[in-house]
Write a protein that binds this ligand. Structure first.
Ligand code: GUN
Ligand code: FE
Length: 424
């Protein structure tokens, strides 16, 4: 212990110990050394007594959120065209918007606003889709890196079944992706990830080429997997050699060289589940998107019992809310609906499981973030102002209320690697 490098924070401290167990320390101190958690103390040991304390009183100190599926370019579209289903929503609204990112000036303005809103809502770690445009997507990645946020960012690949204004030539798509991987290979916190949009808009040659890049640059993949009945069946029509959506990416060699992030995972076959587990992938539930443009509910408790790692995504702008705390509440609500209509194997989840998805499990993708055990980076939020004068709330209840009824104004402070973050 080197007290000269140490900072103390006081308040109610809460993090997920495991999927079902929360660690709660009321009226306690968290000691942070060189940006990393050293320990949590109800009573300070003698050598720490003289250290300065940042006191958050009745506030609750929790790990910052992780969003494992979000489309930065769709930020201007949130809350629009929500009466469509996926195919029309993509073709009539999303693709025309994404085409605008050919213009770097437009991209810079949106990506600055997006990044600021992400941070203001307490998401300090994110797995993000850009567009097919390398310059715009590069700006997004550089902005996240400059802020020290943990991120994976993908230049999207799509070379078929897309409108001409947003459809790449296979060779250009591969060459531009390789240049993107090379350019950002040395990044510290915001790193590239391969991002084939989804099977229906990718040729076999494109995926095979991306598989070669995955091996050469040791990178992983993010994509949409069995997100709708239409997508799941279209994928198998397009790739008749594969017997599952995940199998398409395995055959292309895309699952072996880095993180595997499967957005939605609503209609998985046994093989999809087996392959996601085999490659230690994440199934990302995006609850708002599910009821806006996709129409299906992830079997989250079933998947958890199968040993699948579950995280949350805002899926802006299939989802309309950027705060992962809103998605945590929605995940609980949807699990109850799923159980109500299909009780078999679909037990509802509770607050601890949703909190775990939003913090610890999602954070695992980025390293030691998302919890407050010794050695975890102190990426933290302070939540306050959710209590009224009628009831006294426990720390868990304060965060539960924040998930359901809070806003970004309840995030009164944020720390990234122990340093204060501007939440403007
Ligand atoms: N499938 C292919 N593209 C998209 C997208 O942009 N959003 C969602 N939610 N699903 C997709
Ligand atoms: Fe998506």
């Amino acid at each position: 212990m080197h007290p000269e490098n140490m900072h103390l924070f006081h308040g109610n401290i809460l993090y997920a110990r495991s999927r079902h167990e929360l660690a709660v320390y009321e009226n306690s101190y968290i000691a942070v050394e060189d940006g990393v958690v050293e320990g949590i103390y109800e009573t300070l040991p003698e050598p720490m007594l003289s250290l300065p304390v940042r006191d958050f009183g009745e506030g609750v100190i929790i790990p910052a959120f992780s969003d494992l599926h979000v489309h930065a370019p769709q930020y201007p579209q949130r809350g629009l065209a929500m009466d469509c289903l996926l195919y029309d929503w993509l073709n009539d609204y999303t693709f025309p918007l994404e085409a605008k990112y050919k213009d770097p000036e437009f991209a810079r303005a949106v990506y600055d606003a997006f990044t600021n809103d992400l941070v203001a809502n307490g998401t300090f770690h994110a797995c993000i889709f850009g567009t097919i445009h390398p310059e715009a997507t590069g700006y997004l990645l550089e902005t996240l890196e400059k802020k020290g946020l943990s991120a994976y960012v993908g230049k999207v690949n799509m070379d078929k079944a897309s409108p001409a204004y947003l459809c790449e030539k296979t060779a250009d798509s591969l060459q531009e992706t390789e240049a993107f991987l090379e350019k950002y290979a040395g990044n510290k916190t915001a790193r590239p990830l391969l991002t084939p949009r989804f099977a229906p808009t990718c040729s076999k040659e494109l995926l095979a080429g991306l598989g070669r890049l995955a091996a050469k640059y040791e990178v992983g993949v993010q994509t949409h997997i069995v997100e709708s009945k239409w997508e799941a069946s279209q994928a198998l029509l397009d790739f008749p050699d594969a017997s599952s959506d995940m199998g398409i990416y395995e055959k292309a060699g895309l699952l072996e060289h880095g993180p595997v992030v499967a957005a939605h995972f609503i209609f998985p076959t046994e093989e999809d589940i087996r392959l996601l587990k085999k490659y230690n992938g994440y199934a990302v539930q995006c609850p708002d998107a599910t009821v806006n443009v996709i129409a299906g509910i992830m079997r989250n408790s079933f998947l958890a019992t199968q040993g699948v790692r579950l995280a949350l995504g805002s899926d802006i702008a299939g989802g309309h809310s950027i705060g992962i705390y809103t998605q945590a509440a929605r995940a609980i609500q949807l699990s109850k609906l799923k159980w109500f209509y299909e009780p078999e194997g679909n037990n509802p989840i509770g607050f601890p499981e949703a909190f775990h998805m939003a913090t610890r499990q999602g954070g695992e993708l980025f390293g030691r973030v998302g919890a407050f055990e010794k050695g975890y980076r102190f990426d933290a939020l302070v939540i306050d102002g959710v209590e009224d004068s009628f009831l006294t709330l426990t720390p868990e209840q304060k965060i539960e209320r924040f998930f359901y009824a809070g806003t970004k104004d309840n995030i009164v402070a944020g720390y990234l690697g122990g340093e204060p973050v501007s939440l403007q």
